[in-house]
Each structure stands twice: as structure tokens, then as C-alpha cells.
Design a protein around this ligand. Sequence first.
Ligand code: NAG
Ligand code: NAG
Length: 964
Amino acid sequence: MEFLGLLFSLLALALQVWAIGQPASLAFSETEGGLKLAGAGSAPTIVIDSKDWPGVTRAGNDLANDFGLVTGTKGKTVTSFSGLSNTPVIIAGTVGKSPLIDSLVSDGKIDVSSIKGKWESFITKIVENPADGVSSAFVLAGSDKRGTIYALYDISEQIGVSPWYWWADVPPKKKTAIYALPSTKIQGSPSVKYRGIFLNDEQPALTNWVNANYGGKYDSRFHAKVFELLLRLRANYFWPAMWNSRFHTDDSRNGPLADEMGIAMGTSHTEPMARADKEKVKPWDWKSNQNNLKRYMQDGATRSKNWEVVWTLGMRGDGDTASPTLDANTLVDVINFQQGILKSTLSVSELKDVPMMWCVYKEVGGYYQAGMKVPEDVTILWSDDNSGNIQRLPISSEVNRSGGAGVYYHFDYVGDPRNYKWINSIQLSKTWQQMHLAWQRNAAQIWIVNVGDLKPLELPISHFLDMAYDMSQFTSPTSTDSWLKAWATREFGPEVAEGTAETMATYGKLIIRRKYELLNLNFPYTTTYYDEAEKVIDEWAALENTAQTLYNSLDKDTQIAFFEMVLHPIMAGRVVQYCYINAARNAAYANQKRMSANTLADGVRNMYAQDKVIQQRYHGLLNGKWNHMMDQLHFGYTYWQDPGAAYPGTMPSVRTISTTAPSTGILGVSVQNDAASVPGGTTPTLLGLNPYTPENRTIDIYARGSGSMDFTITSSESYIRVLPFSGTISYPSGTSDIRARIRVDWSAAPSGSSTASITIKPKTGSEVKLNLPLNSFAVPEDFKGYVESNGAVAIEMQHFTRKEGGGGGSSVEIIPNYGRTDSGLTFMPITAGTQTVATAPKAVYAFYSVSTASNAKISLYLPPSFNVAPSTPLKLAVGLDSAGPTTITPVPSHTLGSMPSGWSESVINGARVVSANLGRVEPGRHELSVWLLEPGTVVHRIVIDLGGVKSSYLGPWESGKVGF
Ligand SMILES: *[C@@H]1O[C@H](CO)[C@@H](O)[C@H](O)[C@H]1NC(C)=O
Ligand SMILES: *[C@@H]1O[C@H](CO)[C@@H](O)[C@H](O)[C@H]1NC(C)=O
């Protein structure tokens, strides 16, 4: 029993630690019935039949090498059983291709019926007496070439070699013993058939790096590294870099290498028939230059005919644009011609086994909208809006097409509203929400993602490809968080897994608010209301602190990988946030004549200088292994394209103010929610407090010139304490700014509304008397929910008071770490289908109000998603108390090939905000119901304006809550 317990805990550990989410087939201490594969001084011999695919042997060699990385003793690959004595044996091979495996099958030693004929499946098990002189072997049998390759890399990953061991320097996890478990592992077909990445927007970073390391060409040495990474990540599909390269002619080994290793080649939406954009004939015009275009397409088919290819069909204009002489009918002619070429060149009478795709990207959608008929055997590749919002998914008339559908997605983009090609700016929970929807809507034939330079996007790439491989691990809205933890465990170890997962989930929330390149477009955060700008800076600082603490706890080798994938984006990202936010605060302070405006200006200059220091740190890693990967500038965008300045782009401008004090005195006072500086301006009223007000009430006292001034603070009431109650502000030396905090002893305050006053008295000059409205009350004992403060109720979705299920087994569920502040409320399962208000699932948010609002308004913060099915748009309803629900269709209908109105703003802001009137709201208890009527609808924040909501980007502080 004892032993079993140990086995189970090892298994549980293995599940958590290796081969993310997949069952373990190995253990690292002696296991009953297990087979020792490696230990001190011993490593397995891997037997692979010489008749098997070359790519299988190649992956076998990688596995042999990987044993050396973790135990110190390399394994080796051989092609026959001769001379195997006293060595652990692994037999790997492909059913129907490896005579070795086929004879094990015919001898009844292994049963492959569960995988035979399946796409990319494998089985692993211990087999007794597989051959003369071999008492026992660990057998890996693949249903096809990649089935076997994945089986081999599955072992690599389980023994402790991350798919990212080279590309992100994840150190192999040392082992002293490795055992195969006695259980049989059967790995079925992947969820998505073709899963891959597109290297794009690859200048300056990746191209400069390739130039420095591969002699100026994306050659076969470079591609061998990329393909190995893809296979280790269980991907199988690749669109090569195309800005200034030609995959097949830059290095004639590129094409055969892909096929040998097991990668199905594709080309981007703008490169038909396996040809490179840079090979295009001119003029690129089907009308005027048809014969040359036809020859060009034929040559592409001929060149790649012996290799595994997913053929890109159709055509677009030159340089990612529409062709002026193409229309829906002509495009059908083009596709028919291309299919004809494929039949003749591949010598097939029909194309059912020839993968082909047509990408509905940008203007191409317009042709489809106009009724264009695409041959049924061509996969329709739906695209996102370049910002991670899928525009369209199969509707019922499309789901049974034999070619199926897929998704072209972006983690990097060059174009409107602005480029994002510097570092990781992806919220994983959003990727999950969109790709889960795609999978549920049968867009599962191809998933391809634009990954820019590849390197800084390790995390979103892993997440995307793991989902594509096995979506059954990602059916829950909480799956992103669990996956993140498993990912962090694999890359950095269990000790920091939880912390790292939380860190990157938080990073996702901070970055979805505004991409770095867009921070200076109508600077989003308010410096006046809700402490918003400061709060955002504080969140970044806290995040960096946590990441730095995790980093410090790691060994030196793991620190490098952690820096590349976690600490760097946070550090480098914070620099940009800090510079823009403090430049905005500098402007606000300068208007107040606040001398610390100058300190902020210095802070911005110093932080801006830090950018290069962090870049150099990245470039200096491992003696310059990744030099150039951070060449992309990211400051000072003025429109969609790179500003073309020197790295890192222009610093946000800051003002330095003179040290001459205004006539109203050196001491200035400002309060939250008012930009004024007094004495001098109009004396503001402090924003009110009640016992549930979520934020602290503060008063800033500061120097407005050179010199110093003593002051005291007194309160009119004994139950109000202000700390500090005296101090000295001083500039340029000493403390220029003091923030006084107000505390109310509610047990002593009079009940109901009252007004207290707080007086700031400088030693010389006029005093400042501020009124502080108070409202002392208690919500009923049994109340659970939010409490209004200052005419606002701000709701985070996870804090509902109850929920009710709907038709078809539907319910509302929380996506943790979704949206800009906290969590998302979404509809599950997708398959429950469209609901009416009568049948929709709902969440109920209770709140307690104290103001009388004659015309209350509700604002719902939604993601910038699209109506992926035109006839069933995203839909929800809200209703207050017993008032009838108001149905909201948040995204205006649009035609394919164009964007819904409000698109640009919503993508820039990471949110689409829709509002509705709630009418008159009396003080007391209320219940807000939120019904979700359409699968795919998500809400990530709600603000109810009872008359006091100020203009801000993220909305007021989450309201105080009781009973949670
Ligand atoms: C698609 O095919 C399935 C299985 O054959 C069938 O049940 C379904 O009705 C079809 N859907 C449409 C819209 O034709
Ligand atoms: C309010 O101040 C207290 C005491 O300084 C602090 O613990 C708390 O975190 C503050 N609350 C907010 C929302 O900043």
C-alpha cells in the first residue's frame, strides 16, 4: 500500500510537471513493473528501422542527445537489434513504415489498433522479449511520421528537456534515474489538424539576428532550429518569413529539410501556390499578365510537388493589398486554375487528400460576402482583425464543407491602428476565449498564428499550440490559469510555478489595457480621477517586484530563461508605461505649479535611459546569443507605422517648471478628483467618504517653488484623524510632497450625512479649509453585495451574489484574469446555442445605494470581439430589480471585409463600452441581473452611474463589498 501511495504521488507529480497536461509514461525512481531507461552512466539505445522516415531518425537522435542533457550520459540510435547487450532499449517506429514495428505487431507483441490509420497518434508501452537477446524494451509506435516524432519528443519533454531548451534557454532538469512506467499510453489525434506559426514582420529584430548568425539568409540551419522547436511543441505547419526572403531559393535545402523533418509547408495569404511574395512576376495582375501568373503558379506546384504542403490558393494584390482587377468571379477562376494545376502536377484525379486553404483576409472577405463560391474541398481560413478578435467562424451552412475551416490569428502585427512587434503583449485568457470558440464552431482544420520575430512570444506560442494539440485540456474558462502553472513548472520548476503563473496572468491584464505603441494616442489614464494613473504605475511596479523576487530565488541557469520569458517583458514594459504615465503626471503637476513635476521629469528621463540598459542586458545574454532580438523601437509612434527614429524612439516630452513660487504662496494643496491647486485656484471639496468607500482619502501638500514651509493639519471633528498632522515641505532639498491620509472612526461619527472640515495651515500665508462630506450608515446585516460610494457602483464580474442556469444546460462562468481589471463573465457551454431572455443563464449582482438617482446609467465593458456569425450576433441583457430586461447587441453588424463601427476605438482600448439607461433608482437594496444570450459574449466590468461617475479609462475603484 505504501508503495502504491508513492506511485500515485509520483504520477500526480508527473502530471503536473511534464508534457503539459498529458499523461505521464515515465517515473524518476524505481517503479514496480517499470523499465529502467537511464541512470548514472547508463543511457538507452534507440532502435529505429532504417526504412522509417528520416525525420523519425532525426528526432530519435535528438532524444538520445536529450538523455545526455539530463543524466550526463548520451543515448544513441541504431538501426537493428544486433549487439545490444546490457543497455536499456527504446524501439521507435511508424506503423506501416518501420518493419521493426510491423513485426512486433504481427508477432502480437504490441496492439496498435487504437492508433492505426489515425492522424499523428502514438502508443507507448513496455514490451517483453521484443527481439532475441533483448529482454524488455520501451516501444514507441506512431500512426504516421509525426505520430512517431511526437512520441519521441514527448519522452524528451517528460525527462526534463523543454521544447524551449534552445530558443529560450530553459535548462534541462537533471535526473539520476529514468524509468518507463508499466502503463500503456495512447495519444490520440490532435484537436486541430494543421497547427503552426508564421514568421512575419521580421525586420528589424529577427532579420538582424539571422544576418548576424546565419550569414544574411533564412537558411536551412536556421530552419532546422525552427522546425525542431515546432515539432517539440507538437506543431506541424509553417509559413516562412517573406518580407525580404524566398524560402525555396534562399537555400535550396529549405524545402527538402521541411519535408524530411516533418513540417507541412504553407505560405501566407498573399503567396499562392507555395511561392514567395518576393518571387512574384510583375505586373502582379491576373487580367493583364495572366500567362505569366499562370506559369508562376505552375512552377510553384512543380517545385514542391514531392513535399508535404498545405497549398495556399486564391490571390491578393501586391504587398498585402487588394488587387484592383480582381473580383469574386475572377477569383473563382484563379482557384479553379490552381486546383487544375494541382491535379495534373500531383497526378491525382481528385483533391480530397490534398490540403488546400483559402484565407479570408482583409478585402478577400468582401468577395466571400458577395457570394463567391469556394470549392468545398478548400479549407476556409478565417482571420482575426489582426488584433486577436476573430472576425467570422463557420455558420451552419458551412460546417459540413469537406475542407473545413481554420483560423489565422495574430500575436504581432504591422498595420492599423498601430504596429505591435516589440515584445509579448498578449492576454492568454483572451486567446483562450477566442480559440475555444473557434474550436467549438468547427474551425479546427488549420490554426496558424503570426508570431513576428518568434523570440519574444514564447509564452503565447506555447499556449496557442498546446490548445491546438489538445483542446480537451482547455474546455474550462479556468484552463488558462492551470495551463500557465503547468507551463511555469516545466520551464522554471514547481517552487515558482504558482507565483509565475499569477505574474503572467496579471501581466495579461495590464497589457490588454493599451499596447505600448498606443500609449501616446489620446493618453488613456486620467491623472485627476480615481488615482488612476498612479494606480496603474503602482500595479506595474508591484508586478516587477514580484517577478524580480521570483527571479532572485532561481538558480543562475534558470534565471536566464525566466528573464527572457517573464522578467524582461515586465521590466521593459514597465519602463514604457512609467515614461508615458509619468509624463502625463508631469504635465498635470506642472499645471499645479507642483515642483515635483521636475522630479517626475527627471524620473522619465532616467527610465527612458533604462530602456537601452535593459535592451543591452537582453542582448548580452549568453555572450550575445540573442543580440538584435530587441532591436525594435517602441516609443514615439505617431501613426500605424514605425516612427523611423533611432532606438528606442522619441521620449515622451516633459516640462521643467521654474522654481519661483506663485504670489499665493509656496505651499500648495491638491486633492483627489480635482486638478486645482490651492491657495490660488477654486477650493475643491474633498470627495465623500462612507464606511464602505473602497479607496483611501488623501490630501497632497507640496512645494510650489524653492524654499520650505512648515504646516499643520487640523480636523473639525475628533473622529477624523489626518496623518501626518504637521510637516515641512521643501524644495529642492528635503521633502517636496507630503500625502496626508484621512481616517474616520465610524463608530464615533454621527449617523447619516454630515460635513467635516480639514484645515491645512502654513506657517505663513493663507490656510486652506477643505470640506469633507461624510455619510455614516450600515447596510442591513443580511446584505451581501456592493455598496455605492460617491454615486458609483463598480462591479468586477467574479463577485456576483448568485447565478442561474439557462436553456440547453447553459450557465454563466467566470474567466479569471480576463479583461483590463479582473475577470470575465461568459456563456458556457458554447454548444448550448443562442438563448432568449426567458431561457438565458444569468448572474445577479446585488448593490446597496444611498443616492437617489433620477437617471441612472449602466456601462458594460466588453472585449473588442466580433459577431462571428452574422445572424446570431453577440447579445446580452441587463435588468434592474423587477424592471424588464434591456437587450443589448453590443457589436454593430458589419460586412466581411470591413470592420464594425467603433472597431478601432475598441481595439485600441482593449474594450468596447456600451451603455444603457436604468431610469430612476431609489436608495436601498438592488439587484442587477446580467443575462448572456449568445455564446461567445463576455463582459469584463460593469459601472453603474448613480450620478457621480467621473470620466476615466478603467472606471472607478471596485466598490466596497460586504458578505464576500
Ligand atoms: C452536418 O453533418 C452532420 C452529420 O452528418 C449532420 O447531423 C448535420 O445536420 C449537418 N449540418 C448541416 C447544417 O447540414
Ligand atoms: C488605505 O490605507 C491603508 C493604510 O495605509 C492601506 O493598508 C490600504 O491598503 C489602503 N487602501 C488602498 C485601497 O490603497
